[in-house]
Design a protein around this ligand. Sequence first.
Ligand code: HEC
Ligand code: HEC
Length: 190
Amino acid sequence: MKFFEQCARRWVILVAALMALPLAAEPDALQICVSCHGKDGVGINADYANLGGQNKAYLVNQLYAFRSGDRKNAVMNGMAAGLSDADIEALAAWYSGQQWVTQNNGDASLVEEGRNRAGYCHACHGMQGHPVAQEWPIIAGQSALYVENQLMGFKNGARYHPLMANVVKNLDPAAMKALAAYYTQVTKAD
Ligand code: HEC
Ligand code: HEC
């Protein structure tokens, strides 16, 4: 009898302790990010990236690249400069844990053209813009202007990745615009 009472008491203490834990604590450094990416990772401007629900390993890699300057963007290089490895881990965990919100329509006249060009992208970004590898980004539903800027960035050297460097060799600005219009309206649920 006593044994069962003790067990029950332990369970009550354990459950109470678990309920007191917040689901995921807000990282301290989140304050640096909210004015542009919001708490939920929805970019305030179209040229800011949506981060909510993005793959965590990808976000970690990008924050390291901004901090080291391997990925060049005047604003983000400044934002990442003071982040510790632990901040980067916590911020990537936070934003990847938020909902990916897609509300983009895409430029209707360009969506079809982008769809026709996207066959090349499927191998890595998945049939609907959701890659298999966690180190690779979800591009479905990402802001169109941001996607267009990134494709241009891979071309002009602001960012470097051997796979994307090869991809953008064959893309001119018009093709980039069409691909961005297509991907922005692909929903995560597709
Ligand atoms: C003043 C506005 C601003 C603030 C504050 C800001 N960012 Fe950014 N962020 C941007 C812009 C602009 C870009 C697009 C950069 C580019 O074009 O390469 C971006 C891009 C990113 C990306 C790249 C996303 C991708 O898909 O590759 C990550 C990750 C990111 N920000 C994380 C953060 C984090 C974490 C913080 C807080 C420590 C933060 N940002 C603070 C403006 C901001
Ligand atoms: C061979 C594999 C491969 C192919 C094919 C490929 N990508 Fe990528 N893509 C990647 C990888 C890997 C990254 C992440 C690069 C990094 O870590 O900086 C990436 C990153 C991107 C990004 C940056 C997203 C962000 O959040 O900043 C965009 C946009 C993109 N790809 C669009 C495309 C489009 C459009 C196509 C087709 C024309 C395409 N990719 C084809 C592998 C590929």
